[in-house]
Design a protein around this ligand. Structure first.
Ligand code: SAH
Ligand code: SF4
Ligand code: F3S
Length: 444
């Protein structure tokens, strides 16, 4: 081990991350595995001995981005013949050896449950052996690995991996395998540790966090959330993503009970039509969904809500589309992630004809986006004059004199920075303006 550590000392790895928060959290785990084997992580591909792309397969355009990036990376390989290029994550799992066979430039391919092999595979690649590790596991949760946190204030904490829902359009159960939860005690221990290290905000992550279950004790996600909130009273807790089928009264009551659980829920509806929801195998009706929203609003009137929507699922009619628009208005989402349906190989929906023409998908998507912007703007205007406590996150990208942070309800607030504003400062801001996506405020 000692020898290995010395041998690798000079190898610098650059990791680029695509896709969802789970991937960003995984990159922190891979970074930690690499550092423990003697590698170092660098933040410029020009300095790297190995470049790894942690990839996403959820829609065709996510994969296309990676194919384009691989073309760019040829330039680096020309400059440095010894450079190792690797594909990690969901696309590695989906395309497997095809990536090595079809892409000369790719030296290693590692799926989300085999990250422990990354150091060895980089070493193999440096001696000319291309490597692949894509077995999915029923037990791997990496709970013994302390992620290399990119921030000292905000932490991602994966509490489960995989997904068993098999929504008919979705590739995730195929790329991430079966659902498995970490033990409750191990999560609470990590939370306590992060609190001692000075973290201010923790986001509990999983594809479907509210189906979390501690295998030994049977405790559920509401129990876990309550245990975290109690163990670290000074920390703000967020979580994502929730599934409408698992959004229990107990969970909503728990959120309402603890001040340090942020009042924000991402609850993807996908479609407002019961016929389409049925074809999507989502397992709920619009009525069930709206019932959950009403319960949330009843117990936490201040809670903000966001959603995911897919436009143009196979057989979707104009009436189905209009039903989706109605749900957007009825719920009044603070924000939404909106997508065009993209057929994914192996999924159940792949067998259906992708019969909504692209032009029509784009039209429906644009209508959804336009309505959502209007709804968000109306909601944000009601914030003007109100005060919020925010955690300062980073300087604003547009203006270095300004900073951004988030409210308890996950709204981005941009504000003129004070002398010495730094990441993690708890600040009171009064809102004085807004767009559909951003609030503007003044520290007081
Ligand atoms: N586990 C989460 C998110 C999974 S992927 C959940 O269930 O909510 C994030 C979003 O991508 C999904 O909610 C869905 O809206 C969208 N999505 C997934 N597969 C898609 C596909 N084939 N085409 C278009 N959008 C898709
Ligand atoms: Fe995909 Fe459905 Fe699982 Fe979300 S719940 S990851 S949409 S299969
Ligand atoms: Fe993409 Fe995989 Fe996440 S497919 S959305 S990176 S789980």
């Amino acid at each position: 081990m000692e020898n290995n550590t010395n041998r690798y000392k000079k190898d610098r790895v650059y990791i680029e991350t695509y896709g969802c928060q789970m991937n960003f959290s995984d990159t922190e785990i891979v970074s930690s595995i690499l550092i423990n084997s003697g590698f170092s992580i660098c933040d410029n591909p020009d300095d790297a001995d190995a470049i790894l792309l942690n990839t996403c397969s959820v829609r065709d355009n996510a994969e296309r981005k990676i194919h384009e990036r691989l073309i760019h990376l040829k330039r680096y390989k020309k400059q440095n013949k010894a450079l190792v290029v690797g594909i990690l994550g969901c696309m590695a799992e989906r395309l497997r050896k095809n990536l090595i066979e079809e892409k000369q430039i790719v030296d290693l391919v590692v799926g989300p449950d085999e990250f422990r092999k990354v150091p060895q595979l980089i070493e193999d690649a440096r001696t000319g052996t291309k490597g692949i590790a894509v077995k999915l596991s029923r037990v791997e949760t990496y709970d013994d690995i302390e992620p290399k946190h990119t921030s000292g204030v905000f932490a991602w904490l994966s509490i489960m991996r995989g997904c068993d829902n098999f929504c008919s359009y979705c590739v995730v159960p195929y790329t991430r395998g079966r659902e498995r939860s970490r033990g409750l005690e191990s999560v609470v221990q990590e939370v306590t540790y992060l609190r001692e290290k000075g973290f201010k905000e923790i986001t509990l992550l999983g594809q479907n966090v509210n189906s979390y279950k501690d295998r030994q004790s049977g405790e559920d996600f509401a129990d876990l959330l309550a245990a975290c909130a109690k163990a670290a009273p000074g920390i703000r807790f967020r979580y994502m993503t929730s599934h409408p089928m698992d959004m229990s009264d107990k969970l909503i009551e728990t959120m309402a009970e603890y001040d340090n659980i942020c009042k924000y829920i991402h609850l993807p509806v996908q479609s407002g039509s019961n016929r389409i929801l049925d074809l999507m195998l989502r397992g709920y009706t619009v009525e069930h969904y709206l019932g959950r929203i009403n319960k949330i609003k009843e117990l936490m009137p201040e809670c903000s809500l966001s959603t995911d929507i897919i436009a143009g699922f196979p057989t979707e009619t104009e009436d189905d589309h209009k039903a989706t628009l109605r749900v957007i208005e009825e719920v009044g989402y603070d924000g939404a992630f909106m997508f065009k349906y993209s057929p994914r190989e192996h999924t159940k929906a792949y067998a259906m004809e992708d019969d909504v023409p692209d032009k029509e998908k784009v039209r429906r998507l644009n209508e959804i986006i336009e309505l959502q912007h209007k709804v968000s703007k109306n909601i944000n205007e009601k914030e003007i004059g109100k005060s919020h406590t925010i955690v300062a996150e980073s300087p604003s990208k547009k203006n270095p004199q300004e900073w951004m942070g988030r409210t308890d309800t996950n709204k981005v607030v941009v504000f003129p920075s004070l002398n010495g504003t730094k990441e993690g400062d708890l600040l009171n801001v009064k809102i004085n303006g807004c767009t559909s996506a951003t609030l503007f405020g003044e520290v007081f």
